[in-house]
Design a protein around this ligand. Structure first.
Ligand code: TYM
Length: 342
């Protein structure tokens, strides 16, 4: 059996990240990137991961900024452990079949369904006039459905905030299949962690998100990361370090549980916190140290890659070529099915 035959038998996994900000945060990492890396290491799957640069145009409309964001997110993703020897890693815009399929798929979803999508509704809630919402943002879920369906993946590992998008992709596929009495587009499964699919932000209330300014970074200077951690919300009812505190649901301890690999230290901190025998400052300082340890390898790897821009370009070019081979095959099948090839 040839290698490609073995590869073809593997179930596919697909996911992506939008370079809308310049760098990834720990919510991205624990909610999405870490599970993606675990799947890349599982020989049952063939994994496709990409930087959704076309999607970023909905909010980033400055050439220099977009180029910079893409570069940073590519480095972050590789630094965190995407391994081009194991997964297919590429930029969305370098695989034109995504955009081509999106034009076709828009015909299998209604305006009513699109209007109910969160990203669009959130914009309106923020007071943006419906008339001024750009069509890239409105159509975003169709392009995302195309990103997914074009690889006929078994699963899509993402955070909870992307569930609705994966469900829309399923609706598009179902409608397409029903229309043509075919099973050409398999329905993808959202792969979302129950515990880590929605990491809370440092405000202790909302999902960690760049646009809300409640993140803890991964690759930023430690001056900034320290500020982010020291400014983190804890137990609002605890006034003095000698007041007994709450551990459950306390963001600082949620982050400790994710990052701190020293179990004994964590157990001790939690015990003392509950009894009012430790101050927030000490808990946060220990979190900073744990962060430094946890991400040291990723930061070193990323730093190495910064010195090898040609290698990064080559990784993306190779990934795009391999992704395009699969994507153009699906595109062709869809075009044939709808009657565009004769
Ligand atoms: P994006 O770039 O906003 O986020 C990247 C991934 O990080 C997850 N995530 C979180 N998980 C847990 N807790 C959080 N606080 C948190 N914040 C972000 C997101 O759920 C996501 O998995 N539309 C997508 C990119 C995309 C895509 C695709 C994904 C485009 N096409 C096709 C999968 C399949 C996005 O903007 O994710």
């Amino acid at each position: 059996m040839t290698n490609s035959m073995v590869m073809n038998q593997k179930k596919r996994i697909l996911s992506g990240i939008t370079p809308s900000g310049s760098s990834l945060h720990i919510g991205n990492y624990f909610g999405a990137v870490k599970p993606q890396i675990e799947l890349q290491d599982n020989p049952e799957y063939q994994t496709y991961y990409f930087v959704a640069d076309l999607h970023a145009l909905t909010t980033v409309q400055d050439q220099t900024q977009l180029e910079e964001n893409i570069k940073q997110v590519v480095l972050d993703y590789l630094g965190l452990g995407l391994d081009p020897a194991k997964c297919i890693f590429f930029r969305q815009s370098q695989v034109p079949a995504h955009a081509q399929l999106a034009v076709i798929l828009g015909n299998y979803i209604s305006y009513g369904q699109m209007k109910r999508m969160h990203a669009f509704k959130d914009k309106l809630q923020k007071g943006v006039e419906v008339e001024s919402v750009n069509m890239g943002l409105f159509n975003y879920p169709i392009l995302m459905a195309s990103d997914i369906l074009i690889y006929k993946p078994f699963g899509v590992p993402v955070g909870e905030d992307q569930r609705q998008h994966v469900e829309l992709a399923r609706d598009v596929a179902e409608n397409f299949n029903r229309t043509y009495k075919t099973e050409l587009l398999p329905l993808p499964e959202p792969l979302i962690s129950k515990e880590k699919g929605k990491i809370v932000g440092t405000d202790g209330r909302r999902k960690m998100s760049k646009s809300l300014g409640n993140t803890i970074g991964i690759f930023e200077d430690y001056d900034l990361i320290e500020k982010q951690i020291m400014g983190c919300y804890t137990d609002p009812n605890r006034v003095k370090a000698t007041d007994p505190g709450k551990v459950a649901g306390n963001p600082v301890f949620i982050y400790h549980d994710l990052i701190n690999q020293n179990q004994a230290e964590m157990a001790d901190l939690k015990k003392r916190y509950l009894l009012g025998q430790v101050g927030d400052v000490e808990v946060k300082q220990k979190l900073i140290l744990a962060h430094k340890q946890f991400f040291a390898q990723a930061r070193a790897k990323r730093q190495e890659l910064v010195q090898q821009p040609d290698q990064v370009v080559a990784i993306l070019a190779d990934g795009a070529k391999r992704a395009q081979a699969v994507a153009s095959q699906t595109l062709r099948e869809v075009m044939e099915q709808v009657g565009l090839i004769n």
